[in-house]
Ligand binder design. Structure first.
Ligand code: GTP
Ligand code: ZN
Length: 308
């Protein structure tokens, strides 16, 4: 005779990761029940949004034994570690704001990460109620010209412009600390019921709170994933070619430069640089790219053993 506990331990179920606490994950099962899971072994390779197989280890506990194939995965990395933000999303909303500070570098890095992961992007300028908003909106014109959708909103007073872009989609929300992500999520998630992944009080208030991605269901088909705010979007994991490919306005010129391995920095016969001198590529974007490549080379040269 096997005990109930032993029987449960044999059971493998499918679910989706709805919150990532680093060492623990909250997995939602088909019946909407949520269980706290660890990842089998020491591997930390599950992300919010992942479809997983879980071996039950108790009535509300399990161990992730398999992570399903991903449609996409957004992550950032520096020379020390990789940080997965979310997997299997339909789009990313990059939230920016005129205050505390509008960082063009952060926006550009986030755009490169999303392009490299082949995830569509919306740029949402928050805090439209502030007087500084107009100037920041003007500086976003160049991203509109590249083809990105740019919208203005205020998490404080008018969230409506964002709403139609979320409908029916699984949207990952990213942004620098202080741009208003929490306020946006609060405005969207009108009741706690919508929150996917209710947790015990100790987990809510623990050290985890600022370091996890978490899913919120706004309606049956509309879901957002909030990520912790961070200051820089490291792209250590990308190759130089991937970075070039991730600049949409470079694409028509890639492969046409005089040198096959042109990095578009100062090489003669570089069609990307020529396009920039004709104004077809914005000087700011070319210089962002060139600085990024420069930093990238320095970082990789000082960490040659990093896994490729
Ligand atoms: N004026 C104005 N202030 C806002 C708006 N949205 C957010 N804020 C303020 O900006 C500050 C930061 O907002 P949060 O929502 O905490 O920012 P966050 O992006 O979640 O920051 P982290 O928690 O560090 O990731 C708070 O003081 C908010 O009240 C807005 O639309 N207008
Ligand atoms: Zn070139």
């Amino acid at each position: 005779m096997t005990t109930r506990r032993e029987r449960e331990q044999q059971v493998v179920v499918e679910g989706r990761v709805v919150a990532d606490f680093g060492r623990e994950f909250l997995v939602e099962l088909a019946d909407r029940r949520q269980i706290v899971c660890t990842r089998k072994g020491k591997r930390q390779d599950a992300a919010c949004g992942d479809f997983v197989e879980v071996k039950l280890t108790g009535s509300a506990q399990g161990s992730i034994i398999r992570v399903g194939t991903r449609r996409n995965l957004l992550f950032r990395s520096d020379e020390w570690k990789e940080k997965m933000l979310a997997a299997n999303v339909d789009q990313v909303v990059i939230l920016v704001a005129p205050k505390p500070v509008f960082s063009e570098a952060f926006l550009n890095l986030s755009l490169v990460a999303c392009e490299a992961a082949r995830i569509p992007v919306v740029i949402a300028l928050n805090k439209s109620d502030l007087p500084e908003h107009a100037a920041t909106l003007a500086s976003l014109k160049l991203y509109q010209k590249i083809g990105y959708l740019v919208l203005s909103m205020s998490a404080k007073s008018d969230i409506a412009p964002l709403m139609p872009h979320l409908e029916g989609q699984l949207t990952l929300l990213v942004g620098q600390s202080g741009v208003g992500k929490s306020k946006t999520v609060n405005a969207l998630v009108l009741s706690d019921v919508a929150r996917v992944g209710e947790l015990t009080a100790s987990r809510e208030t623990g050290a985890h709170t600022t370091t996890f991605s978490r899913m919120y269901r706004l309606d049956k088909d509309t879901v957002i994933i909030d990520t912790p705010g961070f200051q820089s979007f490291g792209l250590f994991h990308l190759t130089e070619d991937q970075i070039g490919e991730a600049m949409p306005e470079f694409r028509p010129f890639l492969g046409t430069c005089k040198f096959n391995d042109c990095a578009h920095r100062n090489e003669p016969g570089c069609k990307v640089i020529e396009a920039a001198s004709r104004g077809e590529i914005k000087a700011e974007r070319l210089s962002f790219y060139q600085v990024l490549i420069e930093q990238h080379r320095e970082l990789h040269e000082s960490h040659p053993d990093w896994k490729k």
